[in-house]
Design a protein around this ligand. Sequence first.
Ligand code: FAD
Length: 468
Amino acid sequence: SPIIVWFRRDLRLSDHPALWAAMSSGRPVVPVFIRDGLVDGLGAAPKWRLGLGVGHLAESLEAIGSKLVLRSGDALTILKALIEETGADTVLWSRAYDPESVKRDKDVKSALKEAGIDAQSHLGHLMFEPWTVETGQGGFYKVFTPFWKSVRGRDVPEPLGQISSLTAPQEWPETEKLEDWGLGAAMRRGADVVRPFVRLGEDAAQDRLAHFIENIVDDYDTKRDLPSEDGTSCLSENLALGEISPRQCWHAAMRRMNEGSKGAETFMKELAWREFAYHLIWHTPRIATDNWREEWSAFPWNEKENAEVTAWKQGRTGIQFVDAAMRELYVTGRMHNRARMIVASYLTKHLLTHWKIGLEWFEDCLIDWDPAANAMGWQWSAGSGPDATPYFRVFNPVTQLDKFDKQRSYVSRWIAEGRSNPHKDALKYFDAIPLSWDLSPKNDYPKPIVTADAGRERALDAYEARDF
Ligand code: FAD
């Protein structure tokens, strides 16, 4: 009888252990994607990007004589219906680690097992299962460096190959149409602006990895912190949806490291940061919703959508580094890591605004949105997380510019106001934003809503008053 492979955030045909197991059985395989509550609950950009990825996966499956069956509804109900329709007795999927997926998957697994179905989850989204990395005392890691020391020498299995054919079921179950799902609806006119920046699908991800290893990784140590450089892999978008697997990246980097590339080792360390984020969210799911350090719950953050928060979202704080970054986010659906740290620090420290407001904005705008990395990144920046930047360390967004954008290339790529000949990307921002924002490149560039120095003073005073 057939095997159902339930795709979620693992939209690839290579190095896919669950699909590999299904293929190797020689039995008919029914690949399925379910638009359930978790999909409906995604922010605008991640939901749109997921829709593109699902469409691309469907094409890849068709190219090997298979199909992707699309259904909407509660995952368990749909799987049971498909079992009934196809006579399948097995359901396989790649394991997920964020709290909402874990809850869903646990319920699905136990209900299917109860119904006599062989329900199995496989490793695929990570390299190191969160429960297999333990401190000497048997607990989980709360600090990255010892986590890294513990995993860096581990044997990561070689990636599995590409699936080139799957046995089709005698009859395909009915499928819904992806176009009818409207996954891009909330992007409105932004979709056309962001689309050229998307690297869609498995082949594009593999090309990017190859290009990165060949041309960029050796200088990764020196260039990865410069937002105007093409100095990083840009693979987060593909990793977030599983269009490439972490161990494919790991092994490509390791080969380069063994040829003497120092940058390749640093890149592997960044991949381990991704694993660490999942380690944390698995062991302490509340990192996604509550201050990881509980003492921060007493801190009087601003939790309202006030004029300062709006200016931050619109990239009109008058602080160039912050504004350039927020516009990069709006136009490309991504933001350079250095810039993410700067805007997060400005929001949580200079504007004393709760990190959750920033986390939710990223959740709405990022095409590489990842529940674990986003939560860890925000709590790190705010000072409320594990292994966080110390709360009293307030990034100065002006001196950071001198350090990381000396030539002001990043700033001039993204800010149009006050320039006689603005960069074409800076103008795209005005095509992407909601009409209700009523902004134009002809506006005057704003004065800082809170200056680097005044914001720092205010933040330090607030911390002192709380006596952390
Ligand atoms: P590279 O430098 O090429 O790194 C390779 C890969 O390592 C990345 O693709 C990513 O998967 C992983 N990685 C690198 N740095 C980190 C990190 N600090 N934490 C976790 N994984 C990392 N990353 C996301 O993928 N999704 C998010 O939603 C996200 N939100 C963030 C929010 C904040 C406030 C901050 C400070 C960081 C956030 N990050 C997030 C982490 C980081 O900024 C991005 O992973 C990185 O910019 C992606 O670019 P890249 O693929 O070129 O990275």
